[in-house]
Design a protein around this ligand. Structure first.
Ligand SMILES: NC(=O)c1ccc[n+]([C@@H]2O[C@H](COP(=O)([O-])OP(=O)(O)OC[C@H]3O[C@@H](n4cnc5c(N)ncnc54)[C@H](O)[C@@H]3O)[C@@H](O)[C@H]2O)c1
Length: 332
């Protein structure tokens, strides 16, 4: 039985807790948060202990895995503390803000012989699993252009997303899902060019990035975490190639978990008269992600999100930030 604790009990802490609870061979041992008001209800709901600190949780019994689900600026301190306590770590995205911080986290995990994975859950989004398979298999032929979009209102459940020092704004918080997806398929891009809009808090909230890969693939990623008005949570993928156009479009309510979700996933074959609707079996992406992480821990196997890729993703975000701040095309 693997004993797991979760640091942070907000939107993501709850998602991780529910996913671990669904897995055989895993015991959810505790929710950690210095603020009991925020964490005790989740601990009760999931039938596990409440602890004010990681130190207290470890005193109660050894932990195998810690999920770090705090606001981003607290990730490094908890990842290092968990590694030093001998725990494997699943850390929410964006993992951190700088390469120096990332390298300290990786070193702490290596020094203590534990695994670290960044929870890039969009890799397990059912339609994106299918999109990745088609791109990797060359089904679109030579790629002409890829477009990805992720637009939402500021999360209503927390107050720290506007602060560049706490969340990094839309550039880090939301954009990173699409950058991670593209890096998982095409590897390190050669260069980026970005324009955007800074929110009142000083963070880049709206960002449009053009990316170029050494193999000639070009992509544009549009991200906003602070859409004005009652804009619905919406995401899109469009890939055009010699053999046709692949399109996925999803619209939910105020946030991804609110309201009716409308989506369509369609293939427009080159030369055909009519598009084809593509059926995709729906699975819970958090359960899929956490299952694969737990399996890698149990079997001492390869992590499904390799740290080398997470470092490249951070390098892309930092090049995007340079392009936003200084202008021009920036090398990754
Ligand atoms: N994978 C995804 O799709 C996804 C979605 C949303 C958020 N996230 C990421 O997950 C992380 C958490 O985001 P969220 O939306 O759950 O935020 P949230 O504000 O809902 O939750 C944060 C939690 O951390 C707790 N916390 C604050 N200070 C703490 C401390 N010092 N020690 C322990 N706990 C503390 C808060 O009380 C709260 O319970 C962020 O890094 C965010 O970017 C990922």
């Amino acid at each position: 039985m693997l004993r797991v604790a979760i640091v942070g009990s907000g939107f993501m802490g709850k998602s991780h807790a529910e996913a671990y609870k669904a897995l055989p061979g895993v015991e959810l041992a505790g929710i950690i948060n210095p603020n009991p008001k925020n964490a005790v209800p989740l601990a009760r709901e999931t039938g596990c202990g409440y602890f004010a600190s990681l130190e207290d949780a470890v005193k109660e019994g050894p932990l195998d895995i810690v999920s770090v689900c705090t606001p981003t600026y607290l990730h490094e301190q908890y990842v290092i503390e968990a590694a030093q306590a001998g725990c494997h770590v699943l850390c929410e995205k964006p993992v951190t803000f700088t390469l120096e911080s990332f390298d300290r986290m990786v070193k702490a995990c290596q020094d203590n012989g534990v695994k670290l994975m960044v929870a890039q859950v969009a890799r397990w989004w059912p339609e994106f699993i299918d999109i990745a398979r088609r791109l990797n298999g060359g089904e679109l032929g030579r790629i002409h252009m890829i477009y990805e979009k992720r637009l939402c209102q500021l999360p209503t459940w927390s107050t720290w997303h506007r602060d560049p020092a706490k969340s990094g704004g839309g550039l880090y918080d939301l954009n990173i899902h699409d950058i991670d997806f593209l890096v998982s398929v095409y590897g390190r891009p050669e260069s980026v060019f970005a324009t955007g809009h800074k929110g009142d808090g000083g963070a880049w909230m709206y960002v449009v990035t053009s990316l170029l890969w050494p193999n000639g693939v070009k992509a544009t990623v549009e991200t906003c975490i602070e859409m004005p008005g009652p804009w619905p949570f919406s995401i899109e993928f469009r890939g055009a190639g010699d053999r046709g156009t692949l399109h996925y479009n999803l619209q939910a309510g105020m946030n991804i978990k609110d309201g009716e979700q409308n989506s369509n996933y369609t293939w427009y074959p080159a030369g055909a008269q009519a598009p084809e609707t593509l059926p995709v079996a729906q699975t819970d992406m958090f359960v899929s992600e956490i299952t694969e992480f737990v399996d890698a821990v149990k079997n001492n196997g390869e992590l499904p999100v390799p740290l080398a890729e997470s470092r490249v993703v951070l390098e892309v975000v930092l090049a995007t930030l340079r392009s936003l701040e200084e202008g021009g095309i920036q090398k990754v």
